[in-house]
Write a protein that binds this ligand. Structure first.
Ligand SMILES: CC(C)(COP(=O)(O)OP(=O)(O)OC[C@H]1O[C@@H](n2cnc3c(N)ncnc32)[C@H](O)[C@@H]1OP(=O)(O)O)[C@@H](O)C(=O)NCCC(=O)NCCS
Length: 452
């Protein structure tokens, strides 16, 4: 890896077979400094004394970095050929001896998921994208990973027969080169999210480091030194394990566990009459009792065309949020937190859960009508007041329209999803549902027999 960015390992090609830089690549004398989030910037380092080694912060591992936070500041996208030329030329100024740009084009032509441009969100628009940094991966196939672990892989000019093509599952993902200064460094997490589609998400990520700073940073990101594959062992290749054969992670809109007493707030989709009653109890307390909203305005005829999220503190229903769905947008509304549970970021958790729920349903546009004093609060999730936003008033409060555009969730339920996934309980698409378990039973009741 030859990286100027999140996990810089300024390497000598002779030490690191995977590096794309030639033997003139930056040497350890330009050891990078590490920014608070594990970002490394060689330029900074040249002006600063080498940082004292300390134990990397486990909160900064790739799995802990919250891409939504980064996405407020950065965008990542597939660059054009000209943009690749520009980015590589610019990187060459920082990484003397960086390999031939034609090599990048060959790799990207083979698998377009290999190269991601990074830009500050404030500098980005679709007409003039202004990429500022990049992250390059090599999608290694079985033989490519074998050679990497064996130490014979030629990263300066990789043979495309060792690389998986775009719709082929790689055996390993190798961090080939990162050029991302300062604030752009978080782009690496965003690009990793891009390659967390079902095809890639359980594929382990590999890297190499030959300077103490590079090692420090890789360890801080959760990489461990040493890799084995197909009977081969390397004590210099670093590995970040993404494969998670165990139970899928609980999504944030479905992490409530009944009967388990925990102080942690949690959320569930209301799926039973009992849970709906709890939602209505929270709303009655907040809107009717506290805000003196008339019953007919609070229970407005939309409660049976919606998903209701129910937030708990321990086993106590404490918050709720209603989501309604339209053709090309979803609407978040009726956010309420019982007064005694406020100020502990429960509302924030409810909105995050709501956004994730909408993304899983395939929505990329989320609409809201914010009470005017809460517009900035909604801004923390990326909601904005669009130019054409209208103001409105009801139930004695003033509101303004807000909008959030999000990336499509890589696992969003769609018509192509497994038909059993489509019939799983709402919000529980990550776990086998009661109906697919029933499929194990014999089809003993075909329609004709039912009549008999
Ligand atoms: C708004 C509400 C959901 C916030 O719940 P919460 O769990 O306390 O929220 P969080 O802890 O995640 O965030 C609290 C932050 O929101 C701010 N906030 C809460 N109500 C606010 C209001 N009416 N105007 C401006 N800011 C407000 C708090 O000052 C606090 O700010 P801080 O993070 O800078 O300290 C809760 O106050 C509530 O239920 N209010 C009544 C119903 C309502 O107004 N719903 C929103 C309709 S658009």
């Amino acid at each position: 890896m030859n990286v100027l960015g999140p996990q810089l390992a300024v390497t000598k090609a002779s030490e690191n077979p995977g590096s794309w830089a030639s033997s003139q690549s930056a040497d350890a004398g330009e050891a990078p400094s590490i920014q608070p989030q594990g970002a490394i910037c060689a330029k900074d380092t040249a002006e600063q004394p080498a940082r004292k080694q300390r134990r990397p912060n486990a909160d900064h591992t790739l799995g802990h970095i919250d891409p939504r936070r980064l996405a407020r500041r950065l965008v990542v996208f597939t660059p054009t050929g000209a943009e690749i030329d520009m980015l590589v030329d610019r990187a060459r100024q920082d990484i003397p001896g960086l390999g031939d740009t034609e090599v990048v084009h060959r790799v990207v032509s083979h698998n377009p998921d290999s190269f991601w441009a990074i830009a500050r969100r404030e500098n980005f628009n679709s007409r003039e994208r202004r990429p500022e940094g990049f992250q390059a991966y090599l999608m290694l196939n079985h033989e490519g990973l074998r050679q990497l672990v064996a130490g014979t892989f030629k990263g300066t000019d990789p043979d495309t027969s060792l690389l998986a093509s775009q719709h082929e599952k790689p055996a390993g993902i190798y961090i080939w080169c990162t050029h991302a200064w300062g604030a752009l460094a978080g782009g690496m997490s965003l690009t990793l999210q891009k390659i967390s589609t079902p095809l890639y998400r359980d594929v382990d990520v590999y890297s190499c480091a030959s300077t103490p700073e590079g090692k420090y940073t890789l360890e801080g990101l959760g990489f461990t030194c040493g890799a084995s594959y197909d009977g081969l062992v390397s004590d210099s290749v670093y590995k970040y394990t993404r494969a998670q054969p165990e139970a899928p992670l609980q999504p944030i809109y479905d992490n409530y566990l009944p009967d388990i007493e925990t102080p942690q707030p949690s959320v569930t989709v209301a799926r039973t009459m009992e849970e709906l009653t709890r939602v209505f109890a929270v709303r009655s307390a907040v809107y009717m009792a506290e805000q003196r909203c008339p019953y007919g305005e609070e229970f407005d005829g939309n409660d049976f065309s919606a998903t209701h999220l129910l937030g708990y503190v321990g086993q106590e229903p404490a918050a709720c949020l209603r989501i309604r769905y339209f053709a090309d947008f979803a609407k978040l509304e009726r956010l309420a937190v019982r007064r005694e549970f406020r100020g502990h970021k429960l509302a924030r958790q409810m909105i995050r859960a709501g956004i994730e729920m909408c993304r899983m349903k395939g929505y990329t546009r989320i609409y809201g009508q914010s009470e005017k004093s809460l517009v900035d609060w909604y801004g923390q999730f990326g909601f904005r007041v669009p130019n054409e936003a209208r103001e409105l008033a009801f139930s004695e409060f003033g509101f303004v329209e807000i909008l959030l555009d999000v990336d499509r969730h890589p696992d969003a339920v769609s018509i192509e999803s497994d038909p059993y996934v489509i019939i799983r309980p709402e919000g529980r698409w990550h776990a086998a549902g009661v109906l697919e378990k029933s499929a194990a039973r014999d089809q003993a009741r075909p329609g004709a027999l039912r009549q008999a």
